[in-house]
Write a protein that binds this ligand. Structure first.
Ligand SMILES: [Fe+2]
Length: 176
């Protein structure tokens, strides 16, 4: 069996594409993944860190208690300050969905094994996002410390050269 390399994207329910795009750009530094008009119409996609967020348009958001995704951030205190400045509430219990571990601070917690710092926020639709920070870093199977990415911006999967420009002109695109 081929080995899995990484989780490529998560897919979330959304009710308003423009609101979602703006919120993820401002709050989490996501970038709109422009794939040309036809593909953009199918789905909103955002690049975030080393992954992508794809979306499913729904007329009504269906709440699934405690279901969430987590993203690793680079600067913990800076992230909490940024959330505060953006008016985004941080909660150790995700507003009561989780209880009991990680200390007494209602805004954030720490895990016993990795000293992972964590907190939970909600996007405008109510998707729960866990923010995590690992002060001990990431290591490979030999215990060697790994730098996840040295790119200051979000990384991206390579698109076929000229695809988006051609798509906007309404011309058929040759696939690789
Ligand atoms: Fe989690």
């Amino acid at each position: 069996m081929s080995r899995v390399r990484m989780i490529h994207h998560i897919n979330i329910q959304i009710t308003d594409r423009e609101r979602t795009k703006e919120w993820y750009e401002k709050v989490l530094g996501a970038e709109f993944l422009d794939r040309g008009p036809a593909l953009n119409k199918r789905q909103l996609q955002l690049r975030i860190g080393t992954g992508e967020i794809h979306t499913s348009d729904v007329s009504e958001f269906i709440v699934v208690p405690s279901v969430h995704f987590a993203i690793e951030v680079e600067d913990w205190e800076g992230t909490l300050e940024h959330m505060d400045a953006m008016g985004v509430d941080c909660s150790r219990s995700a507003g009561g969905a989780f209880t009991g571990t990680g200390g007494d601070d209602p805004k954030q917690g720490k895990r016993e094994d990795t000293n992972e710092h964590y907190t939970y926020i909600n996007d405008p639709d109510g998707n729960i996002i866990e923010l995590v920070y690992h002060p001990l870093g990431l290591e490979d199977s030999q215990g060697k410390n790994l730098d996840l990415t040295s790119d200051l911006q979000n990384v991206r999967w390579t698109q076929i050269p000229g695809f988006v420009e051609t798509a906007y002109k309404g011309e058929p695109v040759q696939s690789a």
